[in-house]
Design a protein around this ligand. Sequence first.
Ligand SMILES: Nc1nc2c(ncn2[C@@H]2O[C@H](COP(=O)(O)OP(=O)(O)OP(=O)(O)O)[C@@H](O)[C@H]2O)c(=O)[nH]1
Ligand SMILES: [Mg+2]
Ligand SMILES: [Zn+2]
Length: 300
Amino acid sequence: MVTRAESGFYTVLLTDGRQVRCRLRGRLKQGRADVVSLVTIGDRVRVTLAGGGEGNVEEVLPRRTELVRRAAGPGRKRWLRQALAANLDLLVVVTSVVAPEFNAARLDRFLVVAEDAEIPPAICVNKCDLATGAETAEAVAPFIDTGYPLVLTSVVTGEGLAELRTLLEGRRSAFVGVSGAGKSSLLNALLPGSGQRTGDVNSASGRGRHTTTVAQLLALDDRTWLADTPGLRELSPWGLQRDRLPWLFPEIRAAIVEPCRFPACTHRTEPGCRVLAAVRCGHMAQSRHQSYVKLWDEAA
Ligand SMILES: Nc1nc2c(ncn2[C@@H]2O[C@H](COP(=O)(O)OP(=O)(O)OP(=O)(O)O)[C@@H](O)[C@H]2O)c(=O)[nH]1
Ligand SMILES: [Mg+2]
Ligand SMILES: [Zn+2]
């Protein structure tokens, strides 16, 4: 299993517990110029050993799940398909209530990317010590109807850390989210001694400093893996299909168990739409529906 991927070098954990540093065989790259990270953390690979703790990745085994995003290519001339992690069981989207400011629309997009990859998402709202209970409650309110696991944490007070640990138990998860939300701090709290570097938030801009630069999978115990990843300003879905989009929102899935008035309803403005009815009745947050409409406009 690949536990770290950095500029052409891969740390691979062998089944016997040894770690080797590998490169990728050139033939695996042929004809794949539009793809970044042919090998990513969580990948299962077949390697040949070269001695001295080094080896070559000969084959990447099929991925059970694949977290992919649309990344800007060289010179921003085209889009590339970038795999951020493979074979995850859970994607924990980490946000802060303040510093950086909570951003509901951004969270929606992370959640949709997880759903699109068929990786169950969970929400971790960190830095709860910096906000009042009322502020935190207001921030998370739109997400209650999603039914996603939601954990409120603080690395400072220790609030929610046991709950977060329980959520991760026995799974292979990754922390993703904006820089400065506290992903590495949470990892250090869950795994003392893991030594992930953390960086303060710029007090003028309220932004993180992109402290973590390489994704890495760490073992919390022998059946629990957790990846820390570099902060992402946003996560754009790769090749999102309009007809698939409604299924990526749990509240919409629930609303359209009964069909809307028009069979081709797009759930944006149509009369007799079950989703709009759910929004009116308070079963889906208005902000979540706005994110749906925005993604619909972007999708093909
Ligand atoms: N008050 C408070 N500060 C926190 C908490 N968690 C993290 N921080 C601080 O927030 C800052 C950013 O934390 P990091 O763990 O580096 O954030 P990150 O999400 O890993 O950021 P990147 O690696 O840049 O993506 C650091 O100064 C942490 O000490 C928390 O629960 N409460
Ligand atoms: Mg970090
Ligand atoms: Zn509808």
